[in-house]
Write a protein that binds this ligand. Structure first.
Ligand SMILES: Nc1ncnc2c1ncn2[C@@H]1O[C@H](COP(=O)(O)OP(=O)(O)OP(=O)(O)O)[C@@H](O)[C@H]1O
Length: 266
């Protein structure tokens, strides 16, 4: 008998943690995303690369409900976040539900976004305590474990202003991990950093990948994409024009625009 959408999904379907289909997005008259579809599977590290202005950040922001979509659908860990039809109306999960669904994802931004009036430790425990209702002692113990992991336990009581950019970004990663996300989204996490500070952030991300964290990473770091990503997605002018396993993509990009981009970047 043919399967219907109401039937329980087979076990392997559960491995799709992000299912974005046909995403369209405009800012005013500018179409920024055109029919972008991407599935991310549990344990995958996918690098999103492409020229400046091609829509990479916007795509990530749509996945995390920081932007609305005009077309397509987004499901996170099997839960529908949004569906929208061209010229029709968008259906979003109610705000509370949307926030809960988005908690499957931790996000790290280019600009760190730490709270300047809070210490490193306070930055990390704020959301677990306030949003998840975790007891302060338990949240503190967890934060200390995460700080040890990113090599910054000795900065526990510092304010962000006293940290380097690389240290701020590692605190931002620890803060996102404190919410125990299933997926980590990174939006050009090293592009505001000097090269020597980039190295320590990429090391932290590499370790996360080795621990099988599911990661979607918008990056201009081709070395990182080549070494760490299992798959590379290439965006150009709002379209996803190529996706391939990382080793294949870097050995032989098929799309002419990907080839031109790599010639420029490598
Ligand atoms: N909030 C916004 N309002 C209007 N236009 C926007 C907004 N956000 C992004 N854009 C435009 O959408 C296009 C895609 O931007 P986006 O930041 O997604 O590209 P990107 O590929 O991430 O670029 P970069 O690599 O330079 O960060 C750009 O032309 C940008 O100016």
């Amino acid at each position: 008998m043919p399967a219907t959408t109401n039937e329980p999904q087979p076990a392997h379907a559960a491995t799709v943690v992000i299912d974005a289909q046909g995403i369209g997005k405009s800012f005013g008259s500018q179409r920024v995303l055109r029919n972008v579809s991407l599935q991310l599977h549990k344990g995958e590290v996918v690098a999103v690369i492409g020229p400046s202005g091609s829509g990479k950040s916007t795509f990530l922001r749509c996945l995390n409900h920081l932007e609305t979509i005009d077309e397509g659908s987004i499901a996170i860990c099997g839960e529908m976040l949004a569906t929208a039809q061209a010229g029709g109306h968008s259906v979003y999960a109610p705000e509370r539900e949307a926030r809960r669904i988005c908690r499957h994802m931790g996000m790290v931004f280019q600009s760190f976004n730490l709270f300047p009036h809070m210490t490193v430790l306070q930055n990390i425990i704020e959301a677990p305590v306030q949003v998840q209702g975790v007891a302060r002692e338990a949240a503190t113990a967890k934060a200390e474990t995460l700080l040890r992991k990113v090599g910054l336990l000795n900065k526990r009581d510092n304010y962000p202003a006293r940290l380097s950019g690389g240290q701020k970004q590692r605190v931002a990663i620890a803060r996102a991990l404190a919410m125990e996300p299933d997926i980590m989204l990174f939006d050009e996490p090293t592009s505001a950093l000097d090269p020597e500070l980039t190295v320590e952030v990429l090391r932290t991300m590499r370790e996360l990948a080795q621990e099988h964290m599911t990661m979607l990473v918008v990056t201009h770091e081709m070395g990182f994409a080549r070494e760490v990503a299992s798959r590379v997605v290439f965006m150009d002018e709002g379209q996803l024009v190529e996706q391939a396993p990382s080793h294949e993509f870097f050995a032989n990009p098929r799309h002419p625009r990907s080839q031109a981009f790599l010639r420029q970047m490598l």
